[in-house]
Write a protein that binds this ligand. Structure first.
Ligand code: LP5
Ligand code: MN
Length: 242
């Protein structure tokens, strides 16, 4: 049956080669049989600019994606909170199209809202402040004007700062806020919602203004790879083998 696959939060990094290998196998097998593959953010552990392609690992990921896209399956990429600096140059190199967060698309007769998910975490006030500062175009230009080594050091400091900050936050703060979910569903006329980011894979049902809306949360790829498969009869979460 015609179907589309959704993944997010792979956090690909050379330090975890097994997950990258699993991703390349996924591209050659399950993903190659789909109508399209959507990557809804955090493909990379972090992305410091499209000029970081002399890096052997990044070049390998680009080549894998390029081979996949060249074989004819549309590849759609959304920014996550780790890789929002992926630009048109990167997308072109991969044969992918960048899509905005949020994006509303019809899949086999079901209107579906696609998001990374971080904007729904409105209780995490520190994160939302951090987000607006790093999504500022002037701050991004200033960052990108620095040499790659300096950028890499800064990204590693931000990653360490984030891990430390998360230790101090209650779990509930780092989940989506129900009112933010309801608002996103309302403003898009009550679609199905698919997002990642929280690393809490599940299917939820939200009743908003009397409309039942499904919300699928994608899994991260820390332990193993997985994807969401949607066709005309609905969506199913699938774990990849070993
Ligand atoms: O990513 P994750 O899962 O650890 O946590 C996220 C939120 N954290 C982030 C930060 C990213 O991990 C780091 C991104 C690196 C990007 C590289 C490019 C940099 C470009 C800069 C352009 C201007 O997104 C985390 C959330 C969590 O999800 C759950 O939703 O809680 O939010 C935070 O931890 C933010 C903190 O609360 C506040 C910011 C701490 C920053 C510490 C700075 C340390 C010193 C920096 C020196 C440069
Ligand atoms: Mn994320």
């Amino acid at each position: 049956m015609s179907h589309t696959l959704f993944i997010s939060d792979l956090h690909l990094a050379p330090q975890r080669p097994a997950i990258a290998e699993q991703f390349f196998r996924f591209l050659e097998n399950d993903a190659a049989r789909a109508d399209a593959l959507y990557i809804l953010g955090d493909l990379f552990e972090y992305w410091i600019g499209d000029d970081d392609t002399d890096d052997a690992f990044n070049a390998q990921v680009i080549a894998g994606l390029r081979q996949f896209a060249d074989s004819g399956t549309p590849l759609l990429l959304m920014h996550g909170n780790r890789d929002f600096l992926m630009g048109e140059a990167f997308a072109t190199a991969c044969g992918a199209a960048l899509i905005t967060d949020p994006t509303l698309t019809d899949f086999y007769g079901t209107r579906t809202l696609l998001m990374h998910g971080d904007t729904l975490c409105t209780d995490d006030i520190e994160y939302q402040k951090f987000r607006s500062s790093v999504r500022n175009p002037a701050a991004q230009s200033q960052f990108l004007a620095q040499p790659l080594d300096a950028r890499r050091q800064q990204a590693l400091r931000l990653r360490a700062g984030s891990e430390a900050a998360k230790q101090q936050k209650r779990e509930a703060i780092m989940d989506v806020n129900a009112d933010a979910v309801a608002a996103a569903l309302r403003v898009h006329d009550y679609p199905r919602l698919i997002h990642g980011h929280t690393h809490r894979p599940a299917r939820h049902v939200h009743v908003v203004d009397g409309h039942e809306c499904e919300r699928w949360v994608l899994a991260d790829w820390y332990q193993r790879g997985s994807y969401l498969r949607c066709d005309a009869s609905g969506c199913t979460a699938v774990d990849l083998d070993g």
